[in-house]
Design a protein around this ligand. Structure first.
Ligand code: SF4
Length: 380
């Protein structure tokens, strides 16, 4: 399959690994920003195939994981109301709030529906004029444009029984916050390619310069990840810190101007709390004044929410790259995908879910024979 199998070619992977091994002379720590990249890395054992000098640190780029507990609890409260038809992508349904999740709300009689597009929710609003239809709009720069377009359409078509619970986040302020942390070990970034396909690369040169870190825009297939690592290591070894686009088949330098215009019209930048991390200045979007009538938080006046994170969950440290999932004491014992304590265990892009799904269950590392065609490396 074009653009898929050709980016999983073992022979090309071996060549990229050889190049990285030939280049690296000392330890480097790189952060892959996106949870989709984390899943590719863990699924294909890329971190184990890399030379010991190259460490991959998993970043906060999982939209479900960083949605604040307060917003989850607001979603649960809104979805419980009898007049509400609450629409969400499927991966939000198992995300634990303070004392329940959306599945529980549905089991208790709430009308919670899984949709595949925000426009499906808008259609439900048209089909159910007597109901209040709410869409749970979360995510990074990738999901924000279609959500913005849906609110734009709702206004244009005069659909008043539609609203959106918005919790959008932006990547560049998160990179800034990570680099400013006193515990930061990150020396280079694999930026999220799909985010850059929307926003372009213009936000990154200043970050790379200010923090003297290479930022390589990277895709999501195994060869994409290896090429991103190869370019970042090359820069680090020669003391460079520039922005490179290693995902040109999807990313243009200017991004998608039409999507950016839609975002600028419907949303405005705001401070946003990230679950387990805290408030990051200018790291989110909310509906702009022109579209505020579609804000579900205002329409349903969900205030006074008291949240309570499970004390055992260390997802905040996982999301900042300070802890590997299987270093959490609850991992695989009291916290599993069936009994999640944190969102990182249930999201399809969560690091804890990746470690559980691909059986990275134990801390000790042993050296075993690698599959044919791939050079030996450290594997669990
Ligand atoms: S393993 Fe579970 S408890 Fe531990 S950080 Fe991950 S989600 Fe939280």
């Amino acid at each position: 399959m074009k653009y898929l199998e050709e980016f999983q070619n073992p022979e090309l992977a071996r060549r990229l690994l050889d190049d990285i091994r030939a280049t690296v002379t000392r330890p480097w720590a790189l952060m892959e920003v996106c949870g989709g990249q984390t899943h590719t890395i863990i699924r294909h054992g890329i971190d184990q195939l890399l030379p010991d000098e190259v460490e991959l640190i998993h970043g906060p780029g999982c939209p479900v994981c960083v949605t604040p507990l307060e917003v989850i609890d607001k979603a649960l409260e809104i979805a419980s109301r009898p007049e509400v038809l609450f629409c969400s992508f499927g991966d939000m349904l198992r995300v634990p709030g303070t004392d329940r999740d959306l599945f529980r709300v549905r089991a208790e009689g709430g009308d919670v529906r899984v949709v595949y597009s925000p426009l499906d929710a808008l259609r439900l609003a048209q089909q159910n004029p007597g109901r209040e239809v709410v869409f749970f709009g979360i995510g990074f720069e990738t999901t924000a444009p279609p959500n913005a377009m849906t609110v734009y359409q709702a206004k244009k078509l005069g659909i008043r029984n539609f609203s959106m619970l918005v919790s959008h986040v932006r990547v560049p302020p998160a990179i800034e916050a990570i680099m400013r942390s006193p515990d930061c070990r990150v020396q280079g970034f694999l930026a999220a390619g799909h985010v850059c396909s929307v926003m372009g690369v213009g936000e990154y040169p200043e970050l790379a310069e200010r923090h003297r870190v290479p930022i390589v825009v990277t895709g999501f297939e195994p060869l994409d990840i290896l090429e991103g690592v190869r370019r970042a290591v090359r820069q680090l070894e020669c003391g460079a810190h520039t922005v490179e686009n290693a995902y040109p088949r999807a990313v243009r330098p200017e991004g998608n101007p039409a999507a950016q215009a839609m975002l600028a019209d419907v949303f405005e930048v705001t401070d946003r709390a990230w679950r387990g991390i805290g408030v990051i200045p200018d790291s989110g979007w909310r509906l702009s004044e022109r579209y505020r009538e579609f804000d579900a938080e205002q329409r349903f006046a969900v205030g006074g929410i008291q949240t309570r994170e499970p004390a055992a969950c260390r997802a905040g440290e996982v999301l900042q790259g300070l802890l590997k999932p299987h270093e959490c004491e609850a991992f695989g014992t009291t916290c599993t995908p069936r009994t999640p304590l944190g969102a990182t265990m249930v999201s399809s892009e969560g690091a804890c879910a990746a470690y559980y799904l691909y059986r990275r269950l134990d801390l000790p590392q042993v050296r075993i024979a690698a599959p044919a065609g791939v050079e030996a490396s450290s594997v669990v």
